[in-house]
Design a binder for this molecule. Sequence first.
Ligand code: DX5
Ligand code: ZN
Length: 223
Amino acid sequence: MGPKPCRLAPSILSADFTRLGAQIAECEAAGADWIHVDVMDGHFVPNLTMGPFIVEACRRSTRLPLDVHLMVERPEGLLEAFARAGASILTVHIETCLQPGETLRCIRALGCRAGLTLNPSTPVEAVAPFLSFVDLALVMTVQPGYSSQAFMPEMLPKIAGLRALLDEQAPGADLEVDGGLSRATLPGVREAGANVFVAASSVFKHPAGIGAGLAALKEACAG
Ligand code: DX5
Ligand code: ZN
């Protein structure tokens, strides 16, 4: 399969929650492809963020796919609630799954695309046996938990390695990268083989606004 289209997935973790609907509309108007929702449980990661209730509010704010990143222990018990709330993609961490193949199968059975991700310290070998069950693989380029952290360039070989494995086992799958992406760091990630780019601070905290933040990332996608 040839190169996949670049997709930008702004993460609402850095949005102004007093104006969430308007901020999502601004992303959509500026050409966002997906809306990324960071779900954190205060256990798997130290931070505590949002649940199905917010996903449902996002669903009413946009027609864009909702890309839900589950940074939670025992994700199995939450999948149905997020699917009902309107998630389009449900991504689970390999570190949290007792039976990853079964969890991914369950996500697809709920009508969502199935995503699998891994922490910076987890090797690609941990996800390799399950790639034939995924629609999306996600490489974390920061320690999950917070936005505005520095991009970890040492993850670039992992991105390339995972794309090579996906090409063998799930050639249609997207390869997403999350953490520290900006106009400066995105091109290297794209060259390594990723095609979906998550960004919180470089979109929502851009000094010239959401539209300018997305425009800068679009430029980076183009080369
Ligand atoms: C990190 C989250 C990311 C985060 C990215 O735990 O999974 O989606 O919001 O934030 P930035 O783009 O600011 O690094
Ligand atoms: Zn995320």
